[in-house]
Design a protein around this ligand. Sequence first.
Ligand code: D41
Length: 670
Amino acid sequence: MAVAHSIAARVNQLRADIEQHNYHYYVLDQPVIPDAEYDRLFQELQQLEQRYPQLVTPDSPTQRVGAAPLLEFAQVTHRTPMLSLNNAFEDAAVTAFDRRVREALGQALVEYAAEPKFDGLAVSLTYAKGLLATGATRGDGYTGEDVTANLRTIRAIPLKLRATHPPDLLEVRGEVLMLKADFEQLNRTQRGRGEREFANPRNAAAGSLRQLDPRITLTRRLTFYAYGTGAPIAGKLRRHSQVLDRLVELGFPVTAERQAVSGVAGLLDYYRALGARREQLPFEIDGVVYKVNDLAGQNALGFVSRAPRFAVAHKFPAAEATTVVEGIDVQVGRTGALTPVARLQPVFVGGVTVTNATLHNEDEVHRKDIRVGDTVVVRRAGDVIPEVVRTLEAKRPARTHRFVLPVRCPVCGSAVRRSEDEAVARCTAGLFCPAQRKQALLHFASRRALDIEGLGEKLVEQLVDNQVVRTPADLYKLGIAGLAGLERMAEKSAGNLVAAIERSKHTTLARFIYALGIRNVGESTARDLARRFGSIERIAAADAETLQQVPDVGPVVAHSIAGFFAEPHNRKVIGQLLAAGVSFAETAPRQLDPSSPVYGKTFVLTGALPHLTRDEAQQKIRDHGGKVSGSVSKQTDYVVAGADPGGKYAKALELGVTILDEAGLLKLLD
Ligand code: D41
């Protein structure tokens, strides 16, 4: 039965539209229609194809799952072998790589194509006359497994090249991966069904790609990024970066993070800049890859065994590692919060050896069910505190016990209380608990508070344990003689410490308020309080309602502040500190001009400004009644960007936040 011409035309139109939308979504990263609209087009096409099966073609977007489950994967031999990459773990190895390249090519300065190293699975896609014919895993580089049916389910992989005259044959090389968000979602689903969770996105991607039933692969959200070709693309392409541009035209997602850079300095800059943004990227990377950009140069360099001499992978220190929990300690913080901390068998992760990792709070330990004796995944990314991500239940030894938080403070034995609306349990003894007293002293002396250099953890420990110091006011009674008796305290360091304590007497009201360690009062609130009230007496006298006139002070914070000053012990310590000579540089309540365009606005600073230092820019904004925040969100009014701005800049673009340069900021302040 012949199908009406108009129906065949509609089917073709729907396919073209759907492909176009896929391209916008996966390759350009700029969807033009909402998901629901896309789904509607897709359903219409499915219904027409069901009614007119003779119209179905293998490259139709509906035909991503056609195949029945397999019994095993067939082997495929790669037409062009998939080479491996040499690794560099240190800057020195990168410098050596660049030197070898320069010498071999006889050039003083080499241009490289730098790109992220995706932590996924390398695959090769073969297109015959423009249609996806075979997709295979890398295997040993010469033969891999035929996972065509599974790869067809990945919408980021085109079933058909975008070209009117496609080449007879094209091998596209790239990585299949799972985005972090999709990985989290998958593990939530697995957990909900009581099924095994995946240790990381790479394992999840590998497990999904190795499914013999493509219908399962379809339910796993995998994606794909191309990084090269097998045999070279015919034509006049001279650089690797042009090959990638061509792959984009042909319909392949290629990461926007790629960049052409010059010389070893360019390589290392790229490495550091991407490393700093690693956590913000939607996918996991385990390093960056450098390739000689000039294709003739690549050819001239050739290969050693199975790795090209023209490329190298510069690895990041692994962010995750597995180790064993030897114990779970409970630490008591400045506000009495009890924090369970895992004591670990030492493990090298994120570039350092880790022996402790935070377990955050009781609920987290139970949610993850982490037990003494467990083998766990530990994560340390960038400068963040190491944490236990998950336990590997399969490796759990016999007879372990669920963690129980003690009902008494492990330091002072006082009762532990947990209010209903909080995840945190606290020791109720306040400053009578030595642990809280020690933390309070350390906070008081910290750099952004009264900045007493040399008053570190070990010393505070001794001062409190020997009952030499009970409150911050006691610090100002310390003499060299009293200190010299302490362990590891030479006369010289005792002298230095006494001098540092003396110097700390000249401070600002904002630092002083911050130093008091009032719950919920951070640096920025302390500054606002100082500015609004101008003296500690006036703050102490303010009621909760008056306190709430300060920017960002709501009922909870006002309650903490009023509660702190209502406590006679706190008033006494403040009195002693002032009597000891702690004094403030003039901070008269400033008259702000609410008509200033900066007043009440939130700013985020990123990158180096040409004239102002970061502190100067912050001060100027605050002097005009603006706020400075560390991260970009929907609440941000302006991002002030200087040189090499990084992730905050990208976030600002994404959220449509107004971006200013230094001149723009100064104009607003004018
Ligand atoms: O992102 C990657 N994982 C990646 C892998 C990349 N960006 N580029 C790569 N380039 C190559 C050469 C230069 C050998 C074509 C690679 C790989 N190879 C590779 N992936 C797995 C083994 C080798």
